[in-house]
Design a protein. Structure first.
Length: 338
């Protein structure tokens, strides 16, 4: 019998399915605790919409009452399941006091936190309670150490890809250029700036409805479901990734792993140093320098199919070898057990 892991997260999380699947492949007994269960609106998205329309005082009261019940339920679940490890995926509803109490009972507490420095306050508040706190960004790790948090560790994101996966023998291309991602004014202005250079080159955009309020509205196809995204990647000749433009940050978002894991050519922005640390630029992915270079590279790789496919295959093989969830959870528990 393998060690027991109580996995805590949201049912809506894109990380849930691969976490359950690959932890089980590693031989762990895994049970799941929904950090939104028992709240008066159990769906995270509906809850957030509801809380936006009530008064701040009522919102705080409702959240406090429901989070207290939730945290008591988690403590009871730990007593019932008797895990060796508590693994939390973000866990903003889990109180630091609850984590500390569980840790004091002998359970190793772990958080794999997926947010950027824009959510630094949560990292600063939640992080110290855990025995191990994993972040995808080396810059966040530096910030943690600067304020005396010695429990931080670096763990990039990963692809939901089996180790015996095979590069697609052929692609049923439907799209020349695809971009999947939200648009938020002020946060993702670079996405509009960059993609506007491609308006005459068969551009396709998926994301939130804010795209309808941009000059790129006519290229918008709606918000894809998580399970639809791999097919969009596979049906695209080129997928573009444009991350948050925060120069200090180094860690890349989930998209490079998803796209290369689907066997598709990735054209990535240059803002995060990890894109060149985790992939070979020009061989496994291609990094553009600026808006003019983005257009130039799009035109080039649309016209050079063999070269584009060679890079897509190399990116796929690199991700399969080093950047799967199986790799990440193995790395995580090597650290936890050392």
């Amino acid at each position: 019998m393998g060690s027991r892991i109580l996995l805590v997260g949201s049912k809506q999380s894109i990380f849930l399915k691969p976490s359950l699947q690959y932890l089980a492949q590693l031989g762990y007994q895994v049970d799941f605790f929904d950090e939104w269960q028992g709240l008066f609106l159990s769906n995270e998205n509906y809850l957030m919409k509801f809380l936006k329309v009530v008064s701040p005082s009522l919102r705080n009261k409702l959240l406090q009452q429901n989070q207290k019940r939730l945290n008591r339920s988690l403590e009871n679940k730990v007593k019932e399941f008797e895990p060796d490890y508590l693994l939390v995926l973000k866990g903003k509803n889990i109180h630091p006091q609850t984590v500390a109490k569980i840790s004091q009972s002998g359970v190793k507490t772990i958080n794999w936190f997926p947010d950027a420095t824009t959510n630094w306050r949560s990292i600063e508040t939640l992080g110290p309670a855990y025995d191990f706190f994993f972040t995808y960004d080396p810059y966040i790790l530096k910030m943690m150490r600067e304020i005396g948090m010695s429990n931080g560790h670096y763990l990039p994101f990963a692809a939901d890809l089996e180790k015996d996966a095979v590069f697609p023998s052929q692609h049923d291309y439907q799209y020349d250029i695809a971009f999947i991602g939200s648009y938020e004014p002020g946060l993702y202005d670079a996405r509009v700036e960059y993609l506007s250079r491609l308006k005459d080159l068969a551009l396709h955009i998926w994301g939130n409805k804010n795209w309808l309020n941009t000059p790129l509205a006519k290229f918008y196809h709606g918000r894809p479901k998580d399970e639809e995204m791999p097919n969009i990647y596979r049906q695209s000749k080129i997928v573009i990734n444009i991350d948050q433009q925060i120069p200090e940050e180094e860690g890349i978002n989930l998209r490079p792993f998803e796209v290369t894991g689907a066997g598709t050519f990735l054209l990535n922005d240059p803002i995060k140093a990890d894109i060149r640390r985790l992939f070979n630029d020009g061989q496994e992915v291609v990094v553009f320098k600026d808006a003019a270079d983005l257009r130039s590279k799009v035109e080039y790789y649309l016209a050079h199919n063999v070269e584009r496919e060679r890079i897509a295959r190399a990116g796929f093989e690199r991700t399969k070898k080093e950047h799967t969830y199986l790799d990440r959870f193995s790395q995580m528990f090597n650290i936890v057990k050392s």
